[in-house]
Design a protein around this ligand. Structure first.
Ligand code: FER
Length: 195
């Protein structure tokens, strides 16, 4: 499934846009926090969508020589976009997280090193969480369901809950690593007394 085409259809369905406008959405707007696309992908996709009759464009003159294509969604485009939106989604496999792979092999490293790595992740994750919580401040109240902001709010809340869970996991792991390193120190002392 070519997901980019649906992201583009969704954006143009909200508001007629140029290729440049669309590229900006992926680069610096809300969408850029969780989806990306490069100019080199966007322009060929706009061309294909136009050939397929899902988008159409009007040429606007901007300045003396500059022409720009302003894309609009067609009725067929709206229909295909809605069909895609309503499709049920198969759950995606667990995201590959390199740090989790390292923790899986934690027993191969001294516990003090494990604690240091966990603390570094904790600092970074808390920073991310703070950033997301700050972003949430733009919503003093729940946006209306029918507004573009409602979906952004849902996705942002998902990110906040995910990062909070990650922070919880790191803090719990730090506690557990601390606990077991104490017990292994005690075991060493006990062993030293016995032998
Ligand atoms: C936003 C919508 C979604 C946003 C962030 C996200 C910062 C998601 C981020 C993530 O999944 O990490 O408006 O603003």
């Amino acid at each position: 499934m070519r997901t980019l085409r649906y992201a583009i259809l969704g954006l143009v369905d909200r508001k007629p846009a140029t290729g440049y406008d669309i590229a900006r959405e992926f680069k610096e707007k809300e969408l850029s926090n969780f989806w990306s696309a490069r100019h080199s992908q966007i322009y060929p996709e706009l061309r294909k969508l136009t050939e397929e009759g899902l988008l159409e464009y009007e040429v606007e003159i901007s300045g003396e020589i500059q022409e720009k294509k302003v894309y609009r969604i067609t009725r067929r485009g709206k229909r295909e976009f809605l069909a895609w939106l309503l499709r049920d989604e198969v759950m995606q496999p667990t995201f590959k997280d390199r740090f989790r792979l390292r923790m899986y092999f934690v027993s191969r490293m001294p516990s003090a090193d494990a604690a240091a790595l966990l603390k570094s992740q904790l600092v970074q994750r808390k920073r991310k969480l703070d950033f997301l919580l700050e972003s949430q401040e733009k919503y003093q109240e729940l946006p209306e369901y029918s507004s573009d902001q409602f979906g952004d709010y849902l996705v942002l809340r998902g990110a906040i809950l995910r990062e909070q869970a990650y922070v919880d996991w790191l803090e719990e792991s730090l506690r557990l690593v601390g606990k077991s390193s104490q017990s292994s120190v005690m075991e060493q002392k006990e062993n030293a007394l016995v032998h």
